[in-house]
Design a protein around this ligand. Structure first.
Ligand code: ZN
Length: 144
């Protein structure tokens, strides 16, 4: 277990809601990088409070927006020399650009390569709702 637990320098994505670890893993495209990564699922002895954890050894540019869209329970720990030097609480992003596609099929963003819509958070009632800056259509965001 020591190998799994200890990380010298890198990132620990902690408190992922149980069952969402794999989604986070795929959305961050961790299967395409060369860093040592560990995905731990169903961690914790308390039956009701199990969680998933992802550890990434070494340098990695973490996209916090993606995490915010998937799961706001997440806390990110930055590890240096085996110590937590920074703790980041993930929040739902107010504005998102590249991660969402407009659901309106006639939206200019689908046909014009230069039209890069900015989506603004307009609702988070159980699911996240983002409004397109071009056509004002509301797109619901759901990762699974
Ligand atoms: Zn649109």
């Amino acid at each position: 277990m020591r190998l799994v637990n200890a990380i010298k320098n890198g990132i620990v994505i902690d408190h992922i809601t149980q069952g969402r670890g794999l989604t986070v893993y795929h959305e961050l495209k961790l299967d395409t990088i060369e860093n040592t990564t560990v995905l731990l699922m169903n961690v914790g002895s308390d039956h009701l409070n199990k969680k998933d954890i992802i550890k990434i050894e070494g340098d990695f540019h973490l996209n916090h927006e993606i995490l915010g869209l998937i799961d706001t329970n997440i806390t990110v720990n930055i590890i240096e020399n085996e110590k937590v030097v920074k703790k980041i609480f993930v929040e739902v992003p107010e504005k998102v650009s590249d991660l969402i596609k407009c659901k309106n099929p006639r939206c200019i963003s689908h046909t014009d390569d230069y039209a890069r819509p900015v989506f603004t958070l307009v609702g988070q009632n159980g699911e996240l709702q983002y409004q397109c800056s071009y056509c004002e259509e509301i797109t619901k965001v759901k990762f699974k």
